[in-house]
Design a binder for this molecule. Structure first.
Ligand code: SF4
Length: 268
């Protein structure tokens, strides 16, 4: 049974959360074993629509995202125009959208954008060209966020906190690793983060990862897979917690839920 699973970076992030008791095993099982991805938040819907409008890519499940006439979607339309302006100005040519890469028949990921970007190697000395990268390929991951200057949220994009944001760096490492493993080339990785509140505001972030870190990532993946396979045999345990259960999609039918707030004691 375990061999049927291809491991992606979102599954690994959830696995780490489960191991740290930050995610309930029943939620993990529903999502990753039964593929019930649950309700989408407004932030997720906006992200999906932005990606659809700019690259034509569809979210998991293949449904076409829809917009409405509210302010967030009005801003989004302007940011999609800015996306085209930016790519044109920077001389970026998109070669693939939503490219699935499978490495070693175990690891998987979907690249938002694979592009040719010769100018970046000519103009930015921090972006190093692998001699085998003769087509000037780069990976670009699109983000649509209202947290461009947030230092404290795990979803924040402030440059001072990014080097410590394990989850964001895991995504960048995993995508670079997949390309490197499959094609033998270490190509640059960028997050292009578009502000969801202010049109024409974006951040372009280069995540520089060398081959040593890609090798370390491979070792980490093998450990994560061993843990996953073992948990599949044991079963993922319920990990109820009031703060999680009140927001949980399965709360109405769950036998393990904690839906009464715990007492908080303040001693003076
Ligand atoms: S209600 Fe709580 S215990 Fe039940 S599945 Fe959700 S998070 Fe887990």
């Amino acid at each position: 049974m375990a061999e049927e699973f291809l491991i992606n970076q979102s599954l690994i992030k959830d696995l780490l959360k489960y191991e740290k008791d930050e995610l309930c095993g029943l939620v993990f099982t529903n999502k990753w074993i039964y593929k019930n991805f649950g309700k989408s938040s407004l932030a997720n819907n906006l992200g999906h629509y932005f990606e659809y409008l700019t690259t034509g890519s569809l979210p998991k499940g293949g449904h076409i995202p829809v917009a409405d006439n509210t302010k967030p979607y009005e801003v989004l339309g302007k940011q999609a125009e800015y996306f085209n302006y930016l790519f044109d100005k920077k001389g970026i040519t998109i070669t693939n959208n939503g490219l699935d890469i499978v490495a070693d028949n175990k690891w998987i990921g979907t690249l938002d954008i694979l592009a040719e970007w010769k100018d970046i190697f000519d103009t930015d000395e921090n972006v190093v060209l692998d001699p085998s990268n003769t087509d000037y390929k780069v990976i670009i991951d699109l983000k649509y966020s209202g947290l461009l200057e947030d230092k404290f949220s795990e979803f924040g994009w402030h440059e001072n906190s990014l080097p410590y944001n394990e989850k964001t760096l895991l995504q960048a490492t995993h995508y670079k690793f997949l390309y490197w493993k499959n094609y033998g080339i270490n190509i640059p990785f960028f997050f292009f983060v578009f502000d969801s509140k202010k049109p024409k505001l974006a951040k372009l972030i280069h995540i520089n990862i060398n081959e040593y870190h890609l090798e370390q990532h491979e070792k980490f993946l093998h450990k994560a897979k061993a843990y996953f396979d073992n948990q599949l045999k044991l079963g993922f345990a319920p990990k109820p917690a009031y703060s999680r259960c009140v927001d949980c999609d399965y709360v109405d039918m769950c036998l393990f839920k904690e839906d009464i707030p715990p007492m908080i004691h303040i001693n003076l």
